[in-house]
Design a protein around this ligand. Structure first.
Ligand code: PEP
Ligand code: MN
Length: 457
């Protein structure tokens, strides 16, 4: 008879457990105001009893992948919505987004000649920070939309009320999204040959002629691998990680569990969580909480960040300078990145260990059209990525990846690209409830352009 399962279980120490709730004693920004705190407590308790969404072993594996990227031996591609919605968590939409990321990853892998770490800003990107608690339309003032996990987008008092049941629905939506992601990325959909054939379709479009040469080179590489007997069974599966902004403290706390192998806390709401520009106060709740979990974490870094502030942040979030632990996601704006980023990179060399630097070429490049659409120019996005590479060349550090707001659908939210989306087109299909996303074509085009840049290094 086989021996019963008897791995030792290591409990968390009382200090570790207490530490996980210390954030409750600190200033905490951007949280909902539930009308009935007892109901919110019941929802959080319900979440605490739910199975984890991701597992500690996967989280550790991601950390080693990110450590490679920090040293220039891999490149990270992170993509997804600014605000995921419950309504858009359908098979078609999820498939389109996963497909877009996989297609981009193949092109980038070829360009960079290193593995691409694939991450969806998916299965948890439901909470949004807002600049104002309230929104006024035609003289009517209601609570601002804070993401589907807090309230609804419809401009009615019922929909805009903060509803704790949405915490539970957020969990279930994340679970079904992740289930489909796992099926797609493990069950044959991610087959390299298939993904490459989708890319051939992109390059065959007359609008994308410029990329035909690169697509042909990749074609030859795939054929060569096949001829040389590469194990294509292995290439039907890919590692795919999930990420979101860890904003809603009750949700992240409820999803944080103790890894029984070593007694350390792991936030099982996603593999990678990051702290926003508006919640990264050194003495605030978010920094304290996320400093105590073992996941790799990211921090958004805008142009106002000083070397001194960055050093203190690194001391709090990555005191041991552990490879892969900390990702710095820069969002400087195309016009400023070449001036602002190099001195920060230079300064960080002396205190930050080897953090992973990723570009977010979206958030520094927002504009509003005269007709009132929040948009971004494709060319600015490309320019910021190029500025990111230039800054790292100058500082002698590694440009480790990029994070893009994208969708797999043919929306018209960002201007430009080979389809020449112009201001008049924005009204055709503008669906984002928050920031404008690159559509399927624009995302692929960005991947081809970045691949050229990577290949030229
Ligand atoms: C985001 O990252 O999508 C976002 C909206 O960021 P911030 O609110 O920090 O600008
Ligand atoms: Mn955004």
């Amino acid at each position: 008879m086989s021996k019963p399962f008897e791995d030792p279980v290591v409990p968390a120490s009382p200090e570790v457990l207490q530490g996980l709730d210390r954030w409750r004693t600190l200033p905490v920004l951007q949280q909902p105001t539930w009308e009935d705190p007892a109901e919110a407590q019941r929802a959080a308790d319900e979440l605490r009893g739910m199975p984890p969404l991701v597992f500690a072993g996967e989280i550790d594996q991601l950390r080693t992948r990110l450590a490679s990227a920090a040293e220039g031996r891999a490149f990270v591609l992170q993509g997804g919505d600014c605000a995921e919605t419950f309504a858009a968590a359908t098979a078609d939409r999820i498939r389109a987004r996963v497909k877009t990321i996989l297609q981009m990853a193949v092109v980038l892998t070829y360009g960079a000649s290193v593995p691409v770490v694939k991450m969806g800003r998916m299965a948890g990107q439901f909470a949004k920070p807002r600049s104002s608690d309230l929104e006024t339309r035609d003289g009517v003032t209601l609570p601002a939309y804070r993401g589907d996990i807090v309230n609804g987008f419809d401009f009615t008092p019922e929909s805009r009320a903060h509803d704790p049941q949405r915490l539970v629905r957020g969990y279930h939506t994340a679970a079904s999204t992740l289930n489909l992601i796992r099926a797609f990325t493990q069950g044959g959909f991610a087959d390299l040959r298939e993904v490459h054939s989708w890319n051939r379709g992109f390059a065959a479009n007359p609008a994308n002629q410029r990329y035909e040469g690169l697509a042909r080179d990749i074609d030859r590489a795939v054929k060569f691998m096949e001829a040389a007997g590469a194990d294509f069974d292995e290439l039907t599966r890919v590692e795919f990680y999930t990420a979101h902004e860890g904003l809603l403290m009750e949700y992240e706390r409820a999803m944080t569990r103790i890894d029984s192998r070593n007694g350390t806390p792991v936030d099982t709401s996603g593999h990678f969580v990051w702290i926003g520009e508006r919640t990264r106060q050194l003495d605030g709740a978010h920094v304290d909480f996320f400093s105590r979990i073992r996941n790799p974490i990211g921090v958004k870094v805008g142009p106002s960040m000083t070397p001194d502030e960055l050093e203190r942040l690194v001391d709090l979030l990555d005191p041991d300078r552990e490879p892969g632990r900390l990702t710095l996601i820069t969002r400087m704006g195309a016009g400023r990145i070449r001036d602002v980023l190099p001195p920060l990179l230079e300064a960080a060399k002396s205190f930050a260990g080897t953090p992973l630097w990723i570009t977010d070429p979206m958030h520094g490049n927002g504009i509003t059209t005269p007709s009132g659409y929040k948009t971004r120019r494709f060319d600015d996005v490309v320019d910021e990525v190029q500025g990111f590479f230039a800054a790292h060349r100058e500082a002698g550090t590694f440009p480790g990846g990029m994070n893009v707001e994208l969708t797999g659908d043919d929306v018209t939210e960002c201007l430009g690209g080979s389809e020449h989306i112009d201001e008049a087109d924005l009204a055709t299909r503008y669906e984002s409830l928050c920031d404008p996303r690159l559509n399927h074509m624009q995302s692929l085009e960005l991947a081809f352009l970045v691949a050229e840049e990577l290949a030229a290094r």
